[in-house]
Write a protein that binds this ligand. Structure first.
Ligand SMILES: Nc1nc2c(ncn2[C@@H]2O[C@H](COP(=O)(O)OP(=O)(O)O)[C@@H](O)[C@H]2O)c(=O)[nH]1
Ligand SMILES: [Mg+2]
Length: 391
């Protein structure tokens, strides 16, 4: 549904984007909303912006509390390890139990509902990769509208690199999962891969607008995309469009509203009666859309499959680095998206590496001989060992 925003609203959004100070940003967002004509095409957008504002206010409150040295519920958890995974589910499905089964952390497991009221982080090991799993306060009907800790939980999901969606197999898992998915969708967090993707990377002034089209535009032309971006004063940016993308989706990306998170369903309490039958119901409901891992946190069954499934779903790979002249490579890999190049690796190590890069040597199973001297465009694969030489 196109929003057809008037010029002054688009200009205002450009101001919002340019504002760093949170208090001023909130003010501009408020002004933006008052400039948006209210009709069917803009309803979703307004709801989304209001949610963003509510989340920003909560963040500001938290910062203020921290400065004042007061405790209180935490909102975000600092990322650690290869990826941050938000663990979502209704109350009592076994989220805390999973954390305590995966780690030695002391975690409160309780049959009382809503015991976990703030995000709790822990680490899950898979081979030599560490994932950070963060238990979110329980989801419920109305979370996306801000009920209980809903906004925190959904902000956590939005900020994470992936999701664990946990259901209790002794109760109706299809109903639980539909509820989780519907609250996520209301917050515009998608778990099924969208057909296309738009990434807008804003650049410094004078960098000009570059549109990289890898996929196809649906019902619109490149010129229309360019005009839309310019009408929002996006003139200095790299815009990557891949897959099938409509003009509405480009506009969505301007507001950063819809985001895609790879997800794994953790179907817990497989040890209980009726769980097997419920698992089958869940599997036929989900089909191939989202991988399902059946576990029992209490009996410690099936947990070993979680790491591998997560690793595959995140679509990542491990790359090891080696100091020039050293005999061994580092035991701690860098985790990068599949298809990443040496350039991506150099960037994630240090900006100096990117600037002063000279060449690299790569040891790889797929090369006929190793090491091989390669440049920044070299596409890496899982298990590669890289030695970077700088000028
Ligand atoms: N039978 C069985 N009970 C479990 C399992 N995992 C957790 N529970 C129980 O479910 C209840 C809720 O667990 P908890 O981890 O606190 O759930 P949370 O609210 O999602 O964090 C507790 O009484 C747990 O003992 C399991 O795999 N099997
Ligand atoms: Mg809990």
């Amino acid at each position: 549904m196109p929003t057809n925003l008037p010029h002054d609203a688009k200009d205002k959004w450009a101001e919002v984007e340019a504002t760093r100070n949170p208090r001023e940003k909130l003010q501009r967002m408020q002004e933006f909303i008052s400039l948006v004509p209210k009709h069917k095409g803009t309803a979703k957008l307004c709801a989304q912006i209001k949610k963003q504002m509510a989340t920003m206010r909560k963040e500001m409150e938290e910062k203020k509390r921290k400065r004042a040295g007061k405790g209180g519920p935490k909102f975000f958890i600092e990322k650690e390890g290869a990826a941050q995974i938000a663990l979502l589910g209704l109350t009592n499905v076994g989220k805390s139990s999973l954390l305590s089964a995966l780690t030695n952390a002391k975690i409160e497991v309780s049959s009382n509902p809503y015991t976990t009221r703030e995000p709790v982080p822990s680490i899950m090991n898979y081979e030599d990769v560490q994932f950070q799993i963060v238990e979110a306060p329980a989801l419920m009907e109305g979370s996306a509208d801000g009920k209980a800790w809903g906004l925190q939980t959904l902000a956590l999901a939005r900020n994470a690199d992936g999701l664990f969606l946990m259901v209790d197999l002794s109760k109706n898992p299809v109903w639980q999962l539909s509820l989780i998915l519907s609250e996520l969708e209301k917050s515009r967090v998608l778990v099924s891969k969208p057909k296309g993707r738009v990434d807008i990377e804003r650049r410094y002034m004078g960098a000009s607008l570059r549109i990289i089209l890898i996929g196809t535009l649906v019902d619109c032309t490149l010129k229309e995309v360019e005009e839309l971006l310019k009408s929002y004063r996006i003139t200095d940016a790299i815009v990557k469009i891949s897959g099938e993308v409509t003009l509405d989706e480009v506009e969505d990306a301007i507001f950063e509203s819809t985001t895609y998170k790879p997800a794994v369903i953790v179907a817990n309490k497989i040890d209980l009666e009726g769980a097997e039958a419920n698992l089958e119901l869940l599997e036929s409901y989900i089909g191939k859309r989202i991988p399902i891992v059946a576990v029992s946190c209490e009996k410690r069954r099936g947990l070993e499959k979680l790491g591998e499934t997560l690793f595959k779903t995140l679509n990542v790979m491990r790359v090891y680095t080696k100091e020039p002249g050293a005999r061994d490579f580092s035991k701690k890999p860098f985790t990068l998206k599949k298809g990443a190049t040496l350039h991506d690796l150099a960037k994630s190590i240090h900006s100096d590496f990117e600037e002063n890069f000279s060449f690299a040597k790569v040891w790889s199973k797929r090369l006929v001989f190793s090491p091989q001297k390669v440049g920044l465009g070299f596409v890496l694969e899982d298990g590669d060992v890289v030695e970077i030489h700088v000028r």
